[in-house]
Ligand binder design. Structure first.
Ligand SMILES: Nc1nc2c(ncn2[C@@H]2O[C@H](COP(=O)(O)OP(=O)(O)OP(=O)(O)O)[C@@H](O)[C@H]2O)c(=O)[nH]1
Ligand SMILES: [Mg+2]
Length: 285
């Protein structure tokens, strides 16, 4: 359920990256962080062990434009993939508006992918999320490596809903922004419909979006926020139509130094309080 503040006209949409350990969820967020201009994103908070494994979550807030006159932020979160962090996964999943399932494409990891997806199914059930309807995008990651599971197999075993899927190499950014745009494209109309009590367009209602490589997010649902239109506006399109332009052109920085390490629960609580204050967020009545 998106967080909405009707007074400050802010809205936060929660997107959770889920998947087995080491599939590349944190790498997705690091890449997005580096590609976005600072004006469009907050800090990347990585709660990880000394071995750089997520133990609670990573969080990256990004600004995305307007729905009606509400400023929209996406809160991108990752779950920890290691099996013993089940409690963290449940807690992070709570209230997710959209999901990205990051699968590891390496053949020996197929079982881990399937187990993780099974876990997602169970956890969604517990959290009251309908996995048959929630906006969901599959990212088949690590396509740069040898010994790959064919995409058709991944689709057959994991993606029975025929959700959009993206082949990715998160380590060098391939497919990362496409995944984000695809999940945003699916999620925004659903959130908008639930908040403004609108009827969903038929395609989103059934969520039977055809599989295929992601397109640039381009939707009349999202407009650039006032004063933020410059680089985000798509040229040569209908003037009403806008797109989220996450990429800072020409910025090819590698991304090993971006994370803020937060060690304690107090740090997490402080960070959440800071973000809530920044966005003026309260829960929807
Ligand atoms: N070759 C290759 N390596 C990748 C790719 N994406 C991520 N990695 C590497 O895989 C390792 C794990 O990546 P993370 O992003 O930390 O994985 P995670 O899913 O967040 O793992 P957990 O936090 O344990 O759940 C790192 O060494 C990454 O550099 C990819 O597309 N190709
Ligand atoms: Mg991680």
């Amino acid at each position: 359920m998106a967080y909405v503040n009707y007074v400050t006209k802010n809205m936060a949409i929660k997107i959770v990256y889920y998947g087995p350990g080491l599939s590349g969820k944190t790498t997705n967020l690091r890449y997005i962080y580096f590609k976005l201009e600072p004006a469009y994103r907050g800090e990347l908070v990585c709660l990880e062990t000394a071995a750089e494994r997520t133990f609670f979550f990573d969080l990256l807030p990004i600004k995305a434009g307007l729905i009606k006159d509400f400023k929209v932020h996406f809160q991108l979160l990752t779950v920890p993939g290691q099996v013993f962090y089940e409690a963290s996964r449940k807690s992070v999943l709570k209230g997710a508006d959209g999901l990205v399932f990051v699968a590891d494409s390496q053949l020996p990891l197929l079982e881990a992918d399937m187990e993780s997806f099974d876990g997602l199914r169970k956890n969604c059930l517990e959290q009251g999320i309908d996995l048959n309807r929630v906006p969901l995008v599959f990212q088949y990651n690590k396509r740069d490596l040898p010994n790959l599971i064919p995409v058709e197999t991944l689709n057959r075993l994991l993606n029975s809903r025929h959700c959009p899927y993206v082949e990715a190499e998160a380590i060098n950014g391939r497919g990362v922004l496409e995944t984000l745009k695809e999940v945003a494209r699916l999620t925004v109309p659903v959130v908008k419909a639930s908040i403004f009590d609108e009827k969903l367009p038929a395609a989103e209602e059934s969520m039977e979006t055809a599989p295929g490589t992601a397109q640039m997010l381009s939707t009349s649902e999202l407009k650039p926020a006032a004063g933020e239109s410059g680089s985000k506006k798509k040229t040569g399109k209908k003037s009403e139509e806008a797109q989220i332009e996450f990429v800072k052109p020409g910025d090819e920085s590698p991304f090993p130094t971006t994370k803020i390490k937060v060690q304690s629960i107090e740090d997490i609580e402080q960070e959440i309080a800071r973000l809530s204050k920044e966005f003026g967020l309260t829960k929807k009545k």
